[in-house]
Design a protein around this ligand. Structure first.
Ligand SMILES: Cc1cc2nc3c(=O)[nH]c(=O)nc-3n(C[C@H](O)[C@H](O)[C@H](O)COP(=O)(O)OP(=O)(O)OC[C@H]3O[C@@H](n4cnc5c(N)ncnc54)[C@H](O)[C@@H]3O)c2cc1C
Length: 406
């Protein structure tokens, strides 16, 4: 009988579960990766996240994933802040200010779906990863010796999977978090965000590949994704009481887009969806042998592109600690350090920054708007201030701060 006492059970083959599994497997750790979706529907997920910051690119490179993603994405060194109310560019930030800080002085626009597709291929090929697709995780138990996960496997049978630790990469609805009774503290915005995907080249109107557009009436974000066909994602706020069906009518979507950029011709809409935005952090990231990472531990608004990025940072941080424990180079206390480091980043950086980002775009007070915009302009125009700003938005500052936590 095979001994599974040294194996790590990872639940969820999202970007976080996959990056964690690859980092562990590449360091000779055995992993059982459980994913509810199967080969038949894995690629049917909505694209979601897509901006990969420089600090994350370094991690993706470490696990051999970056080279597979670069050809499928768009290298975007510059991003913009626009004032839609006044119809002008406020500030352009160029990641080339970070050329002495990183090998990747740019973001890579590459959607979550492409990341999980490439990472899943690598996981399938790795002998240390026992990949269980079409397998639904149901519950788990733990004791001093290990964990037992209960799943419904691809044949529809109940099965138990044993390991040394269990990591929840299940996303925001994490069963592990709920079974542990860990509070998911924070709030949910009243208004939902409307995402419209359009095949249209916005660059001819002066936009960069990534744009944050402030407007007291209707803020938005505008991002470019590689096709075919190339697509641009436009985000708009919605009224909390607005009817979903009415919001999603093709004519209503066209009207929104024409309000944003009046071309007089219908836009080629290739997709749309409406989503609820939560700002929440789990009270604890670890109880015994059960550990939370990524969206199961923290969720936030996509303004600033920090959710998936910070989740991948959790994965790499945690992988290093689990590897050190397996090699007897550290005791289990390092898992508490994982919680201290990554919870600090979630609260102090990801939550604080994304809440600030939304406020900045939606600000109503003209004097505050002017002050904010002047500050952004001054920062972008001064190379040293711009570098500092970018070290924060590119997530290096959060990693440096986490490193300093004992
Ligand atoms: C519209 C939108 C845009 C976004 N843009 C960005 C962005 O630009 N940058 C950014 O950093 N973040 C962004 N985010 C956030 C980002 O998508 C998430 O933070 C990220 O996907 C979280 O990764 P994860 O692996 O933790 O969880 P998920 O991506 O949610 O993956 C969880 C996986 O677990 C599986 N699973 C769940 N339950 C079970 C179960 N019981 N049994 C087995 N498997 C299970 C799921 O099928 C899934 O494969 C965006 C989010 C949205 C909604």
């Amino acid at each position: 009988m095979t001994d599974h006492s040294d194996r790590i059970v990872v639940v969820g083959a999202g970007p976080v579960g996959l990056c964690l599994s690859l980092a562990l497997a590449q360091a000779d750790q055995r992993v059982c990766l459980v994913e509810a979706l199967g080969d038949d529907n894995f690629l049917e997920q909505v694209p979601r996240a897509g901006t990969n910051h420089p600090a994350t690119l370094e991690m993706l490179d470490r696990i051999g994933l970056y080279s597979k993603l670069e050809p499928r994405g768009i290298i975007a060194p510059v991003f913009h802040y626009w004032d839609r109310h006044e119809g002008r560019l406020i500030a352009a930030f160029d990641h080339s200010h970070l050329k002495n800080d990183t090998r990747f002085p740019y973001v890579l626009q590459c959607e979550r779906i492409k990341i999980v597709e490439e990472a899943l291929k690598m996981a399938k090929a790795h002998p240390n990863i026992d990949l269980r697709l079409s397998t639904e995780f149901v519950s788990f138990e733990q004791d001093a010796g290990g964990v037992t996960a209960r799943v419904i496997n691809s044949a529809g049978e109940n099965e138990t999977i044993e390991g040394r630790y269990i990591v929840s990469g299940e996303g925001a609805r994490s069963i592990v978090r709920k079974e542990l009774g860990i509070a998911f503290e924070g709030f949910t915005y009243d208004d939902r965000t409307l995402n419209i995907e359009v095949a249209y080249d916005f660059r001819k109107h002066g936009y960069a590949e990534r744009n944050y557009i402030s407007d007291p009436a209707e803020w938005s974000n505008l991002f470019h994704w590689k096709g075919p066909p190339d697509r641009w994602r436009v985000h708009f706020p919605t009224h909390p009481k607005a009817d979903e069906k009415e919001l999603m009518q093709p004519a209503a979507l066209q009207e929104r887009l024409q309000g944003f950029l009046p071309t007089g011709r219908p836009f080629d809409i290739v997709g749309s969806n409406l989503y609820v935005v939560h700002q929440r952090v789990a009270r604890k990231f670890r109880v015994g042998r059960a550990i939370l990472a990524g969206d199961s531990a923290h969720v936030n608004s996509p303004i600033g592109a920090m959710g998936m990025n910070s989740g991948i940072h959790d994965a790499i941080n945690l992988a290093d600690k689990l590897i050190a424990i397996a090699r007897d180079e550290a005791d289990e206390g390092v898992l508490d350090r994982y919680e201290r480091q990554r919870r600090h980043v979630a609260v102090t950086h990801t939550q604080a920054q994304t809440i600030r980002n939304k406020r900045l775009l939606a600000e109503h007070d003209p004097a505050v708007r002017r002050r904010n915009h002047d500050e952004l302009r001054r920062t972008a125009e001064n190379p040293e201030l711009a570098r500092k700003f970018l070290l924060r938005t590119a997530l290096f500052e959060s990693l440096r701060e986490a490193d300093a936590i004992a």
